[in-house]
Write a protein that binds this ligand. Structure first.
Ligand code: SAM
Length: 414
């Protein structure tokens, strides 16, 4: 169809919803008649959304860009990447996590799902959502499906907010050469009056209020006469506590929609992911501190050796920093211990991730990459060069006692 708008009308409709979501911060959102998931692909970047669902009757459309494969072995993310443990989804809808989501996960939680099903059917999984969107869907429904759709959305799903968009037929004369409807699959196109009277009836029947707006401005001077190209109703539920359903049927245990795609984003709320990130951050910080301190130690040793050689001609045995805020180093066994508390002081990211010292200890204590002292107050790093023989038992070496560091009562709030 002739394109009158820039950005396109399609983009403006999605902009409208994205902007609404940004301002109103719904946590659970379902897009009915999601088509090729363009809107979902944009909404997934809204950090407060925890559950984002698309529903469409056309399964081929949903599946077109998705493949479902067995995991390759050796995939480092295989344990947490997808909800299903042995298969993974690939999608080109832009709904799957990006590399950055794995490399730098946040505490946000997001699950994206696509279902094949008809909006005229009740499915118990879709109740209690904050926002339901229906963008350019209703005009594809037969008129006798409009009532079941209304019952499902407003009477059964009973979301906090519903956004419905549909063409405004009063705008059609402005499309050059258009006769009939804007799309061959449209079953009807409404004037503003028709849409508004349907919407107001819905409100009075189901306890909602509606605001009318739209996107796609009419030419200057014709705004009032013609209205927006796409008309939009934003419905707000009046009774906040109402959970429905209004219809006393057996839909409670009904799950007629078919799950086509499901992906859970990596989140630091998952202990396995938090542990992985925490351990790598901790080892990085600890190694950095160790390196700095060993350089200092070498300088100090050289000074002491020079003095002792002058005074006694003897060798230096063990050197420790007496200050407990420094690393503990035993040069005979060539290990450095770094107190957890010190690590958290020096590494804000570690503090932010672990939230408390006890939580940090809990998360790392069983990790095979981490060696800790007996009191679990410090991590122990080896200073041996490759090929050097490492002592097996750090406790026997007397190391652990020496590495004990008094812990402050450290907790952070976040
Ligand atoms: N909302 C999308 C957008 O803004 O890009 C796509 C809108 S497309 C014009 C209408 C969609 O509604 C189609 O993908 C169609 O398959 C879907 N649809 C039609 N009847 C439906 C029904 N009864 N239940 C669910 N989806 C339906």
């Amino acid at each position: 169809m002739y394109q009158l708008f820039k950005p396109s009308l399609h983009a403006q409709r999605h902009d409208f919803v994205v902007d609404f979501v940004r301002r109103n911060k719904p946590k659970k959102v379902v897009d009915l008649g999601c088509g090729e998931c363009g809107l979902l692909g944009r909404l997934r970047f809204n950090h407060q959304i925890a559950l984002l669902i698309g529903v469409d009757l056309n399964g081929a459309k949903l599946r077109k860009k998705i493949t479902f494969e067995r995991h390759c072995t050796g995939d480092p993310y295989k344990d947490f990447r997808y909800t299903d443990a042995s298969f993974q989804w690939h999608d080109k809808h832009g709904l799957a996590p990006l590399s950055a989501d794995y490399l730098q996960p946040t505490f946000d939680q997001l699950c994206v799902q696509l279902y094949q099903g008809s909006v005229t059917q009740k499915d118990a999984r879709f109740r209690g959502f904050d926002l339901v969107t229906s963008i350019e869907l209703i005009e594809h429904l037969r008129l006798d499906d409009l009532e079941p759709f209304t019952n499902v959305v407003f009477g059964y799903m009973v979301p906090q907010t519903v956004i419905i968009s549909t063409p405004n037929s009063e705008f059609n004369p402005l499309f050059p050469g258009l006769s009939g409807f804007r799309h061959s699959d449209h079953k009807f196109e409404w004037t503003r009056m028709e849409f508004q009277s349907w919407a107001l009836n819905v409100c009075s029947e189901f306890g909602y209020m509606v605001e009318f707006t739209g996107v796609g401005q009419a030419p200057p001077g014709q705004e009032q006469r013609i209205g927006f190209c796409t008309q939009i109703g934003v419905f707000h539920r009046l009774m906040v506590d109402r959970v429905g359903p209004m219809f006393g049927d057996n839909a409670e245990n009904n799950y007629p929609y078919t799950l086509v795609y499901s992906v859970t984003y990596p989140s630091l709320c998952d202990d396995n992911i938090l542990r992985r990130i925490l351990v790598s951050e901790l080892l990085f910080c600890a190694e950095k501190l160790k390196k700095e301190w060993l350089e200092k130690l070498t300088d100090k040793l050289e000074e002491v050796n020079a003095v002792e050689k002058d005074e006694t001609g003897g060798e230096c045995g063990e050197i420790f920093w007496s200050n407990c805020q420094e690393p503990q180093c035993h040069n005979l066994h060539r290990h450095v211990s770094v107190a957890l508390q010190l690590l958290c002081t020096c590494c804000p990211k570690l503090r932010e991730l672990s939230r408390s010292l006890s939580n940090l200890r809990r998360l790392i204590v069983d990790d095979p990459q981490i060696k800790m002292n007996r009191e679990r107050s410090a991590v122990i790093l080896c200073c041996l060069e490759q090929g050097d023989e490492e002592p097996n038992d750090l406790t026997d070496s007397g190391y652990a006692e020496r590495s004990h560091v008094e812990e402050e009562n450290w907790e952070i709030t976040c």
